[in-house]
Design a protein around this ligand. Structure first.
Ligand SMILES: [Zn+2]
Length: 281
């Protein structure tokens, strides 16, 4: 009889422990890099905890997750990442909940993962993340939708600013790495990159000479430079072509200083627009 009672007690105890655990831990959303964090945080506010993986001062391309990062990912209720062609470590992680590939609703250009660099494509991403999160947390659907709408309103203002570039005469601009194809497609611009999809790739000297000739033929007097590992290439090309340097930022990460100064995906995109207007006119 005693044995029988004990056996009955075990499942009850297990159930109690499980309930206790669930009550203790808030659901957790894990995002990959800065824009994914910003979009998700804007949607969920304080309702769900959001943790970002790629640290400040690092960019998405050359990031490798630590063992601790992998544990954070496997314990996540939701993983939000941009593209399986960029954050492979997140798209292949086996977590206990769902995964949201933010770029799903964006029509792709080959294997290029840089969808978020276009505000028009970012709009689709924010809407999609909000819809998927509302399925996962139906109690917050109304609030998530409202929050997404207010972030999208801000994005739309920037999108309208970029739309004005469509009527410019000069639509070509030289950039460091191939991060601006979606921006080009969505706003009728022609970005020409010194290096490929990954900023670590090195162009040949023949490529640099060809670019210099093209710039001179097209009367382009500006090279848009990113603050990353390949900025020396932009400096070299600008020097060779007698061109000036202007900054552009594909928002692949934000430094601590930028965050402290209140910078965000939105403010950086506004700045990109302001600098692009200097040559696209
Ligand atoms: Zn990139």
């Amino acid at each position: 009889m005693k044995k029988y009672t004990l056996l009955l007690l075990i499942p009850v105890l297990l159930l109690l422990t499980a309930c206790q655990k669930a009550a203790d831990s808030k659901p957790q959303i894990v995002t990959t890099f800065e824009p994914m964090y910003e979009f998700t945080k804007a949607i969920v506010g304080d309702k769900v905890e959001v943790v970002n993986i790629v640290p400040a001062n690092q960019e998405a391309h050359d990031f490798e997750p630590s063992a601790k990062d992998m544990t954070t990912l496997t314990n996540a209720d939701v993983i939000v990442y941009n593209s399986k062609n960029l954050e492979t470590w997140a798209s292949s992680a086996k977590n206990k909940g769902i995964k949201i590939e933010a770029s799903t609703p964006v029509e792709k250009i080959g294997d290029d993962p840089h969808t978020w660099v276009s505000p028009k494509s970012a709009l689709l991403e924010v809407r999609y993340i909000a819809e998927e999160l509302s399925k996962k947390f139906p109690d917050y659907k109304e609030e998530f939708t409202k929050n997404a709408d207010s972030y999208i309103d801000k994005l739309k203002k920037i999108d309208q600013g970029f739309d004005q570039l469509k009527t410019a005469k000069n639509k070509t601009f030289i950039t460091q790495h191939e991060a601006f194809a979606y921006l080009g497609r969505d706003y009728g611009l022609t970005p020409v990159a010194i290096t490929g999809l990954d900023p670590e790739m090195e162009p040949s000297s023949a490529t640099l000479i060809k670019l210099k000739d093209e710039m001179q033929k097209a009367n382009l007097d500006t090279v848009y430079s990113e603050k990353n590992s390949s900025s020396k290439l932009a400096e070299t090309l600008a020097r060779e072509a007698g061109a000036r340097l202007l900054p552009i930022n594909p928002v692949e990460g934000l430094t601590d200083e930028q965050k402290k100064a209140g910078e965000s995906y939105l403010t950086i995109m506004e700045e990109n627009l302001r600098f692009l207007k200097e040559t696209i006119k």
